[in-house]
Design a binder for this molecule. Sequence first.
Ligand code: AMP
Ligand code: MG
Length: 416
Amino acid sequence: MAQLSDDCFAFGGALMPVDEALAIIAARLVAVDSVEQVAFHEADNRVLADDLLAPVPLPLFANSAVDGYAIASADLPQDHPRAFAVSQRVTAGAVAQPLVAGTVARIFTGAPMPEGADTVFMQEDVEIDGETIILPPGLKPRANMRPAGEDIAQGARAIPAGTRLRPQHVALAAALGLTKLHVRRRIKVAVFSTGNEVVAPCMPRTAAQLYDSNRYMLAALLVRLGCDVSDLGILRDEREALTSGLKQAAQKHDLILTSGGVSTGEEDHMRAAVEAVGSLVLWRMAIKPGRPVAMGVIDGTPFIGLPGNPVASFVTFAYVVRPVMLALAGARMEQLVALPVRANFAYKKKKGRREYVRASLTVLSDGTREAQKFPREGAGLLSSLCETDGLVELAEDCEGVTPGDQVAFIAYPSLF
Ligand code: AMP
Ligand code: MG
């Protein structure tokens, strides 16, 4: 397990700006160092451990990009159409013979270029006259052919270390003929819910209890990010239950994640519990929804305590847990790319904190993308996350939105 010092998340300010939180996280966390080999087709969503160098060029050999006729550029008609004899026929997968000078080769998409040929006429652009082919003037040398290595040169870095592999990387590894890839081991994350009022959906419930939803949301988010998740259930709001649960989880995990109990009410026991078994700093983050996020270290293992309200949990997951998790997994920090869209709502905001507004996106008939704010704002409204498409990000210095303003929109799928 990664070992951190107890004071690594210490912070002196009153409200922690989101970017400052990210900088602290990036500087303090050490990635898991064990590496394993996986079959290339099982590498989706894993983190590449070393730079992947291309053992072969891509394409592997020069080939035709179209169905047509291959020719040497020295023979290209200059001012007038010219007739050529067809000296061979090269299909995809077949071996080509060297091109006889002054002739063309019938060729198909993906077929190897005959030695001596470097240009291909599309079949639509030629005229067939019995046994001969009439080629028009004006084609550029090397048109319609894909030289070996034009995509990736042999020996070049095809995928940098730290890339979270996606289906297109799996395809690239396959195209390079690689059957095994070196990836970091998956990080192990323990997830707890806390609160005497919280029960699992399969359990009997008293009138004042609610079904746990955070644990399942957080576990699903973590699985999408490629973690091994241990669902460790619900901890009661009691110091003893919390301390023993946390202490045990710290032994076998790279990260401990809880939700609830991190506010400063006297029934919020998480703070004291973490302080009893490790060290804790309460980050009052300058983020809405969100605010109290506890960060700490228990026996060298990082701990994050998210707020209990589901929407606050979701947003702070995206902006605190996700970067922590990626750093521990050895993944390069992935910038969240916001889309400029037009707001069709008014919104008042305090300066000095970042706010995320749940919004649906509509594409108008003129192509304008318009963000529509969810009509209610409560941090407990799960329907607001389900019925919207993403978050409008309002920066610290923004004081509000007027309809027609351009705002930054982050679609939910980019968060996991
Ligand atoms: P807390 O952060 O513990 O003060 O909780 C804030 C709100 O979130 C309260 O209304 C809790 O009942 C609710 N809450 C806490 N944990 C969960 C959970 N696991 N699932 C759904 N709601 C929760
Ligand atoms: Mg609570």
